[in-house]
Design a binder for this molecule. Structure first.
Ligand code: RIB
Length: 279
């Protein structure tokens, strides 16, 4: 019958639609939704709790069949309370330390280790990290993994090595004076967007990547391969992450009693031209 077969809806909340990481994530969501005859409704609610609450409420009112929440503005327990009370299945991305419900993830701890190992093996010892103020669980793991390798090399890891700035191109750009003041040979940007902002700030001050300072990113967004020099980074399978998140959510919608599923996807070092050896 027609009603039974009508298209169903999933709501998606992401923190920043301007970041190509989330464009790929959403493309993955769209494809898996299409395959399963679902329609995604997508919202961007960065750092704006009122807006995110409003979108959540509207999605509930409009009887969304399930939600994918990749935005860390709301507390995971609050989300759980609101959605579970309304009987709506959901999948949390990036802040699932409580491992609530189904989970799609990459090993961020290992990702941080890969980045640190690469920089240290290239001979860098004076390192700076660009990190956000508001640290989600996956990013905390990324930093911890980085730290673990420094410790293995018997290098001190401290708060002073970190510059806090938004995870955007502008955030990276605005951190450049502080970065230069640290006199590091390399900077690990917690995402590629920040790294691209850093490039521009360095260039404006007459500094060259990687001759004056090496830059490493994280995500491997499409732009990483189009900036000069091409950005060395860690590849995250954003498209597949969106696809798998959607598949798990739809399975959950169709069969609420399924045991919880946990899918891990691989990360990969992508060596390009932004890190110098033997600085
Ligand atoms: O660039 C966006 C970042 O937010 C990614 O690294 C992803 O893991 C998410 O946390």
């Amino acid at each position: 019958n027609l009603i039974m077969r009508s298209t169903q809806t999933i709501g998606v909340l992401v923190p920043n639609l301007a970041n190509p990481f989330f464009s790929m994530f959403i493309k993955g969501i769209q494809l898996a939704s299409q395959d399963n005859k679902f329609i995604p409704i997508i919202f961007d609610a960065n750092q704006n709790q009122a807006l995110q609450n409003m979108y959540l409420e509207e999605l509930i009112k409009r009887a969304a069949n399930g939600l994918i929440i990749a935005s860390a503005t709301l507390d995971a327990n609050d989300i759980d309370r609101i959605l579970t009370r309304n009987g709506i299945p959901y999948l949390l991305f990036d802040q699932n330390d409580a491992q609530i419900g189904d989970r799609v993830w990459v090993d961020d701890y290992k990702g941080g280790q890969i980045a640190a190992n690469y920089l240290l093996a290239a001979g860098h010892r004076k390192l700076t990290l660009l990190v956000p103020d508001d640290i989600t669980q996956n990013i905390r793991q990324r930093i911890k993994g980085f730290e673990s390798v420094m410790t293995k090399y018997r290098l001190a890891f401290s708060e002073e090595m970190m510059i806090k700035t938004p995870m955007t191109k502008l955030g990276g750009y605005q951190a450049v004076d502080q970065l230069i003041a640290k006199q590091s040979t390399a900077v690990f940007c917690i995402n590629d967007e920040m790294a691209i902002g850093v490039y521009r700030g360095l260039q404006e001050r007459g500094l060259r990547v990687p001759d004056d300072i090496s830059v490493m990113g994280y995500d491997d967004i499409d732009l990483a391969n189009f900036v000069a020099p091409k950005l060395t980074t860690i590849h995250q399978p954003a498209f597949e992450m969106g696809q798998v998140a959607t598949e798990l959510l739809i399975e959950r919608i169709q069969n609420p009693r399924l045991p919880h599923q946990d899918k891990q996807l691989p990360l990969e070092l992508v060596v390009r031209d932004s890190v110098k050896s033997n600085p």
